[in-house]
Design a binder for this molecule. Sequence first.
Ligand code: AHR
Length: 502
Amino acid sequence: MAKLVINETKKLGTVAPEIYGHFSEHLGRCIYEGLYVGENSDIPNVNGMRKDVVDALKEIQVPVLRWPGGCFADEYHWKDGIGEKSKRKKMVNTHWGGVTEDNSFGTHEYMELCKQLGCKTYVNGNLGSGTVQEMSEWVEYMTFDGESPMSNLRKENGSEKAWTVDYFGVGNENWGCGGNMTPEYYGNEYRRYQTYVRQYDDKKPIKKICCGANVDDYHWTEQVLKTCFDHAPEHLHGFMDLLSLHYYDMPFGWEPKVSATEFDEDVYYRTLKQAYRMEELVSRHSAIMDQYDPEKKIGMSVDEWGTWYKVEEGTNPGFLYQQNTVRDALVAGITLNIFNKHCDRVKLACIAQMINVLQSVILTDGEKMLRTPTYHVFHQYRHHQGAELLESSLSGTGSIGEGATCVPEITESVTEKDGVINITLCNLSMTDSKALDVQLAEDKDYEVVEAAVVGDCDPHNHNTFENPDLVVEKAFDGCKKVAGNKFTLNIPAASVVEIRLK
Ligand code: AHR
């Protein structure tokens, strides 16, 4: 019999709320149409931000939002996106569909969006094609409250008070679209650029994010850290707060891309296997980080993760618009369980992307909006934000399949917050439910205070604008108490279950 043993007396660290972060890029219909429709739109909006979307996002408690890219960030010149909108410079979005970017969503609009969402800010700077001066002035524009050229310009543009920049990315994917650099070259550039990311407010220091590796490029991690920390004068210590990692779940690598909604058993398990690979990637990059930072002062920021399939038929291939099924809900559940378990190192993560691009939590079509299965998992898992990770382990569970399709039957993570124990479980089997006993350590009389399931249906199921609530988070009544600290449950096939005990 499969068993989950929880030792609620052993707390292993705090799950940073920012692990539940999101990524929004000037790509396809993520910013324009998805988040921002402009003040004059017929779609209900507050200062240009879609009201329905913001309201839905508030329900999942978005902790942080990364912007403006992605590859777009390393071609973005922030001064084009400030001031009177009709006078803003237009540019070609060369990376994403070659469309005209009118810069109507810029720094002020991003800050307004984060204010409405009540989330932290993560601005990604341009190291690939921008200058040190440009990056430095952007930071001054956003965060300096005194008398200075950039601060005065911000005031002229209507924002008297400086904003808080919680995180600042010093370049994006500089091994690729951000300049095709070698790790040694980037490491030196990081040292230089970050120097001018000034801290204007001691009480709200900006956390600087260094560009980390793509997938399993351990050489990049090793060499960037070596370059940054070897021969570094004492004052350089503490100049890097996080190191990023980007990993997309592509069942067959870059090609061929698979459909978001039509897949057979083989592709289903391949996709979940790729999701589970996050465990190995986080562990191995973290082990390299341990050599330079044994005290784990530098966090890992998995600031791009999610599934990447074929675009939906009839849509612009450069817009990366894809549907989202129960299979994606499982990818989300598996990945977030891994992040929870690695909360000693993973301090931030952003699903790519928030709306209408790749593994989105929301899709829109004109004035219509729907929540994807992935959204519902983020809603279930919101209880983990800021909670304490508890020691927990599974026994008596095996794996399904072999080789490229071999996955664990179940994955789990357990946290505690405000006296409530949050258990999240993924049953990866496409066909079979799984019986599980749960045993807690303390001799207490626990009760199930809340239980919910996403899935428990055909894993191909997805929400459409005609049927937006086919896959939702449903109450789960399959968890039964056997004794004060013992429970038993049956986890439905292809489902993500959350049980809360008090
Ligand atoms: O999320 C889409 C793209 O994937 C991002 O722009 C880039 O950083 C990554 O390669």
